[in-house]
Design a protein around this ligand. Structure first.
Ligand code: KG4
Ligand code: ZN
Length: 340
C-alpha cells in the first residue's frame, strides 16, 4: 500500500478553538477548506476556555465536515483517506476531531492517520508554494509555539524554541493588558497600525544569548510595568494604546526577524518559511521580506488563511503520511505535547 496515491484526503483539525475540515487532492490542491471559529464563545472570558471549546466542537464537527464535502464536490465514497490532528493542543478539543475522523474512516473502510499540528503548519508553506522544496528554515509562530526548524528531505530538526511564552500568547496577553478585544493578536495589530513603533523602547529578549532560543514572558512583563507606571490601563489614552501596541509589535517581530537571519546563516540555508497564526501579522511579513531582500534570503509566507489554524495543512500532511504507508489504529489517541 505504501506506493498508493491518496487522491482525495479529508482533513480534520480541532486542536484549539477552531473546528476545521478540508478536502485536498493529491496532497497539494485545496478543493475546500472550512474553518469555524469560536470567537463569540470565548470573548466574554478574554481567552480560550478549554471546556467550552470541546463542547462547541461537538456541536460543530458534523456540519463543518458536511460543508467541506459539499464545497469540494467530492462524495464520501470517493475519499481515499482521513487525516486528523492528534496533537499537540487541548486534549478535550483534539478528541472531538480525532473521534469523528476515526469513526468516519471506520464507516467508509478507508485508512486514517494522526497528524502533528506543527508538521501541518510547516507544510502550509509547501501547500502555498508548490515549488518549495526542502531543505529550508521553518519558523513556526503561533499561540502555543515559537520555534525554528531545519526542514530537510529526511526529517525535521528543531534548532531553537521559546523558553516560556509563545509569541502569539504574548500578543494575546498584551491585548488583555491594553483592554483590547478578543482575539488579541489581530486586535494588537489593528491598534498598532495607528501607533508609533518607536514610542517605547521595549527589550528585544534573548538576542544577546548564544543559540536560537526565544523568550517572550519578559517582554509581556515590560509592557505591564510601563502601563502600571502610567496609572493602569484605564488611565491610558487611545493614542497611548496605539503606541504601546506598535512598540510591542515592533519588539516582538524584530526578535523573530533577527533570529531567523541568524539561523539561515548558521545552517547555510537560503529560504525561510514563516507559518502559524502570527505569520498573518502584517509587520512581521513586511519586516521579514525586507530582511530577505537586504540579506539575500527568500522569504515564504502562506496566505493568512493558511497561516492560522486550518485543516488543509492537516489533509496535505496526512496525504504524505498515508502515501508513505503510515496508518493510525482505532485506538489512536490525542496528545497535549510532543516533538514533531
Ligand atoms: O496557529 P494559530 O491559529 O493557533 C495555534 O496553533 O496557536 O495561532 C493563533 C495565534 C494567536 O495567539 C493569535 O493572537 C495570533 O496567532 N495571531 C496574530 C495575528 N493573527 C493571529 N498575532 C499577531 N498578528 C496577527 N495579525
Ligand atoms: Zn496552530
Amino acid at each position: 500500500m505504501a506506493d498508493r496515491d491518496f487522491v482525495h484526503v479529508l482533513g480534520v483539525e480541532s486542536s484549539c478553538d477552531e473546528m476545521a475540515c478540508a478536502v485536498v487532492r493529491h496532497g497539494r490542491e485545496i478543493l475546500a477548506s472550512v474553518v469555524q471559529d469560536q470567537v463569540d464563545v470565548h470573548r466574554p472570558y478574554g481567552g480560550v476556555v478549554p471546556e467550552l471549546a470541546s463542547r462547541d466542537h461537538v456541536r460543530a464537527v458534523s456540519s463543518v465536515v458536511d460543508q467541506a464535502l459539499a464545497e469540494s464536490g467530492v462524495a464520501l465514497a470517493d475519499l481515499d483517506g482521513i487525516a486528523v490532528t492528534a496533537g499537540p493542543g487541548l486534549v478535550g478539543s483534539l478528541l472531538v476531531g480525532l473521534s469523528f475522523g476515526k469513526a468516519l474512516a471506520y464507516r467508509l473502510g478507508i485508512p486514517v492517520v494522526g497528524v502533528h499540528h506543527l508538521a501541518g503548519h510547516l507544510l502550509s508553506a509547501e501547500l502555498a508554494r508548490a515549488d518549495l522544496e526542502p531543505p529550508y528554515l521553518g519558523l513556526v509562530v503561533s499561540g502555543g509555539h515559537t520555534a525554528l526548524y531545519r526542514v530537510g528531505r529526511d526529517g525535521t530538526e528543531i534548532l531553537g524554541e521559546t523558553r516560556d511564552d509563545a509569541v502569539g500568547e504574548a500578543f494575546d496577553k498584551v491585548a488583555v493588558l491594553l483592554g483590547l478585544d478578543f482575539p488579541g493578536g489581530p486586535a494588537v495589530a489593528k491598534a498598532a497600525a495607528h501607533g508609533d513603533p518607536e514610542a517605547i523602547a521595549f527589550p528585544r529578549p534573548m538576542l544577546k544569548h548564544p543559540g536560537l532560543d526565544f523568550s517572550y514572558s519578559g517582554l509581556k512583563t515590560a509592557v505591564a510595568i510601563e502601563i502600571e507606571a502610567l496609572g493602569g490601563s484605564e488611565a491610558v489614552s487611545e493614542k497611548q494604546v496605539a503606541d504601546f501596541a506598535a512598540s510591542f509589535e515592533a519588539a516582538a517581530t524584530d526578535v523573530l526577524v533577527r533570529r531567523a537571519r541568524k539561523a539561515l546563516r548558521q545552517e547555510g540555508l537560503g529560504v525561510v518559511a514563516v507559518v502559524g497564526g502570527v505569520a498573518a501579522n502584517e509587520r512581521l511579513r513586511s519586516e521579514m521580506a525586507r530582511m530577505g531582500s537586504r540579506d539575500g534570503f527568500e522569504v515564504v509566507f502562506p496566505p493568512p488563511e493558511l497561516c492560522t489554524d486550518n485543516a488543509a495543512m492537516i489533509a496535505a500532511a496526512g496525504a504524505r503520511l498515508l502515501a508513505r504507508g503510515e496508518r493510525g489504529a482505532l485506538d489512536l489517541n490525542a496528545f497535549s505535547r510532543a516533538p514533531i
